[in-house]
Design a protein around this ligand. Structure first.
Ligand SMILES: CC(C)(COP(=O)(O)OP(=O)(O)OC[C@H]1O[C@@H](n2cnc3c(N)ncnc32)[C@H](O)[C@@H]1O)[C@@H](O)C(=O)NCCC(=O)NCCS
Ligand SMILES: Nc1ncnc2c1ncn2[C@@H]1O[C@H](COP(=O)(O)OP(=O)(O)OP(=O)(O)O)[C@@H](O)[C@H]1O
Length: 199
């Protein structure tokens, strides 16, 4: 039996930092952000639907999506975000399901689904266990500003587009506190997987 683990958090809370570590332990990782990028590449159905709705103003010169510009629109406007989600999320789900089935067929002890919007989209019922990568709001904002070179206001808008991490805490099976060092968070992750006997 393969244990299906949903790894979630908030924007810049440290999901990729943890999933990269889990990958180094040979666990298969399926990343919703990666699949969401592939689903909107030029030529994909998702790409055409986005251009149809948002117009060519959200394209770069080479015809690919200008993600910064699209982000500026959808993180300021809930309705536009819902339109984008409606286009991208079904494609992401199909792609992830396919990869999940492949990982199960390969006989892995566990498969990790890295899904930022796991609780928002009520996908927790589709996994066996959930892990939340948690950070305090101040740490989250400062790491997001540093990583994405955003203004304080832009960072706040992105965080506010998601369920507060405090609320997610109550929903998760296990929590990794990522306010400390990366090594400390990796140890917490290892302990959880050992408790679940998948490592
Ligand atoms: C708005 C877009 C173009 C911005 O692209 P950008 O390269 O700047 O960000 P990236 O895709 O790397 O996402 C970074 C983080 O933003 C957060 N985020 C992204 N989309 C959303 C959303 N619709 N609602 C809330 N948070 C979101 C997630 O925490 C994600 O990890 C892009 O995020 C997108 O297409 N979003 C819609 C699809 C989606 O929901 N993806 C998230 C996982 S399925
Ligand atoms: N424990 C830590 N100490 C210091 N910096 C950290 C720590 N964990 C993560 N970071 C940094 O914080 C930023 C966000 O981490 P990461 O990219 O792993 O988050 P994420 O949740 O995957 O983000 P998103 O899903 O929004 O792309 C990165 O720049 C990363 O290097």
């Amino acid at each position: 039996m393969t244990l299906i683990i949903g790894l979630t958090g908030g924007i810049a809370s440290g999901k990729s930092t943890i999933s990269n570590y889990l990958r180094s332990l040979s666990l298969p990782i399926i990343d919703a952000d990666v699949e969401a990028r592939l689903a909107v590449e030029k030529g994909e159905p998702g790409y055409s639907k986005i251009v149809e709705h948002f117009g060519t103003k959200i394209l770069l010169e080479d015809g690919s999506l200008n993600r910064a510009k699209l982000g500026e629109i959808v993180f300021r406007d809930e309705k536009q975000r819902a339109v984008l989600n409606g286009i991208v999320h079904p494609e992401v789900r199909n792609r992830m399901n396919k990869k999940q089935n492949e990982a199960i067929a390969e006989g892995h002890m566990a498969v990790i689904l890295d899904i930022p919007l796991l609780f928002e989209n009520k996908l927790d019922s589709t996994v066996d266990k959930t892990i939340l990568v948690y950070v305090d709001t101040e740490t989250q904002i400062s790491r997001l500003i540093d990583r994405n070179k955003l203004s304080f206001e832009q960072a706040k808008l992105r965080i506010e587009a998601q369920m507060p991490l405090q609320e997610k805490k109550a929903l998760a099976d296990r929590i990794i506190d990522n306010n400390g060092t990366v090594e400390n968070s990796q140890d917490q992750a290892l302990k959880i997987l050992q408790d679940w006997k998948v490592i």
